[in-house]
Design a protein around this ligand. Sequence first.
Ligand code: SAM
Ligand code: SF4
Ligand code: F3S
Length: 480
Amino acid sequence: MQELRPTDLPPTADCIRSIQSWLSGYPAQPLAYVHSFGCQLNVAEGEQLSALLTEMGYGMTEDVTQASLILYHTCAVRENAEDRVFGTLGSIKHLKAENPDLILCVTGCMSAQASVAEKLAASYPYVDIVLGTTPVCRLPQLLYAHMQRRQTAPPAGGKRKTLRPLCDLHTDTDIPEGQQSLRDSTFRASVPIMYGCNNFCTYCIVPYVRGRERSRHPAQICEEVQALVKAGYREILLLGQNVNSYGHDLPEDTDFPSLLRELDRIPGDYWIRFMSSHPKDATPALFDAILDCKHVAKHLHLPVQSGSDAILDRMNRRYTVAQYLEKVAYLRERVPDFSLTTDLIVGFPGETEEDFAATLSLVEQVRFDNMYSFIYSRRTGTKAADMPDPVTPQEKSRRMQRLLSLQREIAVENNKRFVGRVMRVLCDGESRKSPGMLTGRSTENMLVEFPGTPDQIGSFVTVTITASHSGMLDGIQETA
Ligand code: SAM
Ligand code: SF4
Ligand code: F3S
């Protein structure tokens, strides 16, 4: 592994120019393939990495076998996320053997761990570039250094000797502004508003790989959202590991509810969504902002993780079940069927049958509209990794099945309340299962399927709900 720092290399703009000039010498435009694993933040960064690659002269392809450069933006949140990346790297080894000029980059949370970077160098020596959660704008510098050492301009062909991967794992504290994105969607855009996390939940790797919280300045966020709305985007997703602590690190007197209110003043027809919200920092000021702001979607994702105080304490979540329920009650007092979703971890180290029963009881009380549940995955370096974990994997799976079946029953009951309602839905595509049908999401983030024509994709439509299922609503359009 050859470690590089930005100071070892020419400035980014110079690297971009050199790469543009090298690539223009290729007989045909080289193509890049980018795939992001993990959360919405990774997807948003993947779009920024794609924009940088296009700026450097690459065309984009969705066919990995056609690519001259392959980039995987990785996730480390659970073991299976990492296994998927290692499996994918193994499955493309032959492409590198067939084309020694192929450039393979691994970036993101998984490769930010020194142990993983070492494993990549030892077991996947055909990886050329390893970047951690280093700002995306560092890619051109590493690519420049790699191209220079391989003297790949224009490609010489023939056998190449395997070089050690170039690596940059430094997480900067500053935030690169003005980064362009090659967005997948023309109507839905993600906007990171902060990076990193200070919470150190004991199961979670994110603070170790993403560093401490850094908020973007409100003026820059507003400018970006304004430009997106002007360009016709209908849904803006604000991203942060805990958006509720947005602004605490800024000199400005600002916070997340004020940011929502400021964004809400941008004229246009659009929705604002956000994730994630840590319950300890979810205040009445946040709930009031959601309910008052006409562009803010009427849905809150509030990850509870467990319904047992003992487990919440060992998770270092810093709220109790009673405090969580108090927050839910505040919202439901104003909007009785306010849409809530959550994340839950099953089988945290030492979770007893009573702890799990407490989780089921919380789920029954809150009656979430949707839930993302995960079996605890041990992450080396986190505090929970050292906690005794006597519950067997079979028992954890049994608990998971029990939780999922309870949630399915609740969702079936909950969704009945929408039947007969007229809902505004952002149409997002054609149904994969039912030909001639479109799908979309309501302000409550409910998935709705209805008949329509593909030209409606990306616009708001009005739909009357005719039937409900556990994960979806059926509807018909008022005016098709
Ligand atoms: N920052 C967000 C929050 O606090 O809600 C979410 C971050 S994490 C990317 C998304 C979800 O993954 C968490 O809410 C948690 O339920 C789950 N998760 C994180 N670490 C995990 C682990 N070690 N094992 C199982 N699930 C985990
Ligand atoms: Fe992980 Fe907790 Fe931070 Fe979310 S708030 S990213 S779960 S440490
Ligand atoms: Fe995964 Fe990193 Fe997101 S660990 S969930 S990609 S912040």
